[in-house]
Design a protein around this ligand. Structure first.
Ligand code: ADP
Ligand code: ZN
Length: 217
């Protein structure tokens, strides 16, 4: 890993918009986004060994076991495209995962915490759509595609994620508050935490996020 590598982690509740911001930053700074959620969804769709194991957890809104996730992240970060930096989206989600990451010695430039209230998340998630083919995410109101039915990037059909069902979203938020939110204090103590208040408009959140990243360069 090079000295100046930009190593970011996006942190926040499910549906806070971290995946979208991570994708934007990834393009802007030319570093890959590593989304554990996307890796799991791909594995589930392809019915690989990992997918079969993960499906029950993901579909009910529970977390996939730490050792599985840590294994995924370690092998992904060892790939060549990560040597100039990376963005972690959705990892770590537990203190055990954060500690396992620390043990790799890879280190981080900053942890960007995108904050949005639960009520807004629940309404937002009902409009979330994902491309069946390439996995790009959109929103019927906040980030629509040209025709609201197909992906702008690849033309694939837009679908709702099963775990975006309101009952499952509630469970995911509970899991977030109990398992993942404690990480905020963990990274604050290390001086890495940068808070971005999620805005109504996607571009406004992006502007704040870019400001935070530029301050790290
Ligand atoms: P969101 O951020 O909107 O919750 P993700 O795509 O990040 O969505 O994650 C979807 C699901 O994948 C989670 O609800 C969980 O079941 C599983 N998952 C993703 N990342 C992790 C992780 N780091 N640890 C455990 N489970 C994970
Ligand atoms: Zn697509």
């Amino acid at each position: 890993m090079s000295e100046k590598a930009l190593k970011l982690m996006f942190f926040g509740a499910p549906g806070a918009g971290k995946g979208t911001q991570a994708e934007i930053a990834s393009e802007r700074y030319g570093i890959p986004t590593i989304s554990t959620g996307a890796i799991l969804r791909e594995a589930i769709a392809a019915k690989t060994e990992l997918g079969v194991l993960a499906a029950g957890y993901v579909e009910s809104g529970a977390l996939v076991p730490d050792e599985v996730i840590v294994g995924i992240i370690k092998s992904r970060l060892a790939e060549d495209d990560c040597k100039n930096g990376f963005i972690l989206d959705g990892f770590p989600r537990t203190l055990a995962q954060a500690r396992a990451f620390d043990e790799t010695g890879i280190g981080l430039t900053a942890v960007i915490d995108i904050e949005v209230e639960d009520e807004r998340i629940i309404t937002r998630m009902s409009g979330r759509r994902v491309c069946r083919d390439c996995g790009a995410t959109y929103h019927t109101v906040y980030n629509p595609t040209k025709d609201n039915e197909h992906c702008d990037a690849c033309g694939g059909e837009l679908i709702c994620r099963r775990d975006d069902d309101p009952e499952v979203v509630k469970h995911r938020l509970e899991t977030y508050h109990s398992e993942t939110e404690p990480l905020r204090a963990y990274y604050e103590e290390k001086g890495l935490l940068r808070v971005v208040i999620g805005q109504e408009k996607l571009e406004d959140t992006t502007a704040l996020t870019v400001g935070v990243i530029e301050a790290c360069l």
